[in-house]
Design a protein around this ligand. Structure first.
Ligand code: NAX
Length: 327
């Protein structure tokens, strides 16, 4: 048996984590030969709920679940972590503007970035889920100078999976026969779910669907799916978000299946003209624990315009928290 890896998770008693932890402990994320130590982190007032969840995990007697530790602060919770999944964030409250939301979360992710810098394993891989995920990843990374920005990522895999699921439903294809979907930009309603490079069983998707459906139905449906789910369920996506976390981390750590492209929010290196340094969702392939942006894709004017719109939103988010970022 391999040595256990340490996985720290914030917001551990929340809805997404409630789905995530059981799959993670069962080997879905790190592989079925990799024992895990779970370092679960919550707000002090949620520790009792977290204790209950830990008891349930224990009661599953998962062979790969080595140890569970519970923490009410990130400084202890991130100790020696090889992986950190940052789910906990402040939701938007009544009367709160987007700017207020950015600012309160900036405080949370500043502290978390510093704690990762000071306490986590030097090679820690970080996934930010809590919203606004891309800008929270930027803030955490900027507060962790000892770590490379490439160790930080933001979750846009749920958007990628939503695009694949909706397309599969429309075309009647099996999701596993679809590849080449890309989600560009922000995890928000400005994201660009791009089908120009997508194929079903090797055939270009855009030859098989109506352009009007693509632009007027598919794109807005993917962009607003989170809101539609909240409207229908009364609460936000949880199980599908947990599944996306599993996919994102599994691909990053164990590699994307041969030839497959996935979407990850990562620090921009200037590829495709996107401003360097912001966290933007790009098409990537992963191998040996690293992601690489897929290069050389042809982009038409429509795509470039869509990519610019979501980039502009990310630049605005960055400007709203700039005064809180270390130089
Ligand atoms: P819940 O409200 O069910 O759970 C969040 C948990 O985080 C709570 O138990 C809370 O006590 C805890 N928490 C808050 N601040 C914390 C902190 N500073 N340290 C540790 N714990 C903290 O929310 P849930 O449905 O699990 O969603 C969590 C976050 O994911 C939200 O910000 C949500 O907007 C975001 N999402 C992001 C998605 C993505 O694709 N990037 C999709 C799903 C989801 O909407």
């Amino acid at each position: 048996m391999r040595r256990p890896v340490r996985i720290a998770i914030t917001g551990a008693a929340g809805a997404i984590s409630n789905s995530l932890l059981f799959q993670l402990a069962d080997g879905s994320m790190m592989g079925d030969d990799q024992p895990v130590i779970l370092q679960l982190i919550e707000m002090p007032e949620r520790m009792e709920a977290l204790r209950g969840l830990a008891m349930e995990l224990e009661d599953c007697a998962f062979p790969l679940l080595h140890t569970i530790t519970l923490h009410d602060n990130v400084e202890e919770g991130f100790n020696n972590a090889h992986y950190a999944i940052l789910i906990g964030a402040r939701p938007r409250g009544p009367g709160m503007e987007r700017r207020d939301l950015l600012e309160v979360n900036a405080e949370i992710f500043t502290r978390q970035g510093k704690a990762l810098n000071d306490h986590a394993n030097r090679d820690v891989k970080v996934l930010v889920v809590g919203n606004p995920a891309n800008t929270n990843a930027l803030i955490a990374s900027r507060n962790a100078p000892r770590l490379s920005p490439s160790q930080f990522t933001a979750l846009t895999r749920l958007d990628h999976n939503r695009a694949k699921g909706i397309l599969a439903n429309h075309t009647g294809a099996n999701p596993q026969d679809i590849d080449g979907i890309i989600v560009w930009g922000n995890h928000s309603t400005t994201q660009f779910p791009d089908l120009h490079h997508a194929r079903v069983l090797g055939e270009p998707v855009l030859n098989q669907i109506d352009d009007g459906w693509y632009k007027n139905e598919f794109i807005p449906r993917v962009q607003t799916r989170g809101g539609q789910i909240i409207q229908a369920r009364g609460v936000s996506s949880a199980a599908s978000a947990a599944q996306a976390v599993i996919h994102h981390m599994r691909d990053w750590v164990l590699g994307t299946p041969s030839g497959q492209v996935v979407s990850m929010g990562i620090v921009s290196d200037g590829s495709y003209g996107i401003t360097k340094g912001i966290f933007y969702s790009f098409p990537v392939r992963c191998n040996y624990g690293r992601y690489q942006i897929v290069r050389g894709l042809q982009l038409n004017d429509f795509s470039l315009q869509m990519m610019k719109t979501t980039e502009t939103e990310l630049l605005e988010e960055k400007a709203a928290v700039e005064h809180l970022l270390p130089a």
